[in-house]
Design a protein around this ligand. Structure first.
Ligand code: F6R
Length: 244
């Protein structure tokens, strides 16, 4: 494994969230006017709660950062409570006083998804992200870069894998309601971040985490590309780190 990958194994989800928040807060404190990359999904929620707590205690200030999110369903209205725009506002941004003009996320309402991807990529490239938060899909996806025959470069318009749709159905009333397409930062967009903070929780992520960090680097396991990044933090609970 690449020695630039630092692995923190925590007892449980609670301590995982605290450790991840500590690492992220340190990066924000170092660059309080920098750009940072955010993820949705269940895994970062505990860390987001920790960060909110730090802001309340005035230990951390997010008001000057620029936030870039990994992905968004397509098509979806920003006001839809299933959109990632809504998720980030409700679970973090509104509570840390992040100005609306500092929030960037692929636009799920854009009339032309391809054009939107090109424009979002330009923004991300210019932003030069300090630290990108990632979760990991059961199939090794990062962002919505699903297992494929090649690593997608830039922000792109993708069809979600069947097992991702099934995994995400837990947030929707029924499976058919889960959008089938998304806009996502590409693998190259993610790899451009100066550092990466990947969170993994639960036994369900154990095998894919091992394959990603110790297996072959292949687009069939998109997260395996992180072995080529020069500054990666993995924060996993014991269950997810079972095979490490
Ligand atoms: C979220 C994202 C996804 C999730 C992944 C894991 O913005 O891009 O790659 O990080 O699906 O999701 P959870 O954390 O719900 O297991």
């Amino acid at each position: 494994m690449n020695s630039n990958i630092k692995i923190f194994v925590e007892d449980d989800y609670n301590t995982l969230s605290k450790k991840a928040a500590e690492i992220f807060a340190c990066a924000v404190n170092r660059k309080p006017e920098g750009s940072f990359g955010f993820a949705t999904g269940s895994t970062p929620l505990g860390m987001y709660d920790e960060l909110k707590g730090m802001v309340k205690k005035s230990e951390l200030n997010f008001t000057k950062i620029n936030a870039y999110n990994l992905d968004e369903y397509y098509p979806i209205k920003g006001s839809d409570n299933q959109s990632y725009k809504y998720f980030m506002a409700a679970n973090l941004f509104d509570e840390i006083n992040l100005p609306k003009e500092n929030r960037f996320i692929p636009n799920g309402e854009a009339p032309d998804p391809i054009k939107e991807c090109v424009e979002y990529e330009e923004k991300v490239t210019k932003a030069s992200i300090e630290m990108q938060i990632l979760g990991i899909g059961n199939n090794g996806h990062i962002g919505f870069n699903e297992p494929a025959d090649y690593f997608a470069g830039a922000t792109n318009y993708v069809e979600l894998a069947e097992n991702t749709i099934e995994a995400n159905a837990r947030f929707f009333e029924k499976l058919e309601d889960v959008p089938r397409f998304a806009l996502t930062m590409g693998i190259h967009s993610i790899m451009m971040a100066k550092s990466i903070l990947l969170l993994a929780s639960g036994e369900g992520k154990a095998q894919i985490l091992k394959d990603s960090l110790f297996g072959k680097i292949t687009p069939k396991v998109p997260a395996s590309v992180l072995q080529l990044h020069c500054d990666v933090f993995i924060v996993a609970d014991k269950a997810a780190a079972k095979y490490l």
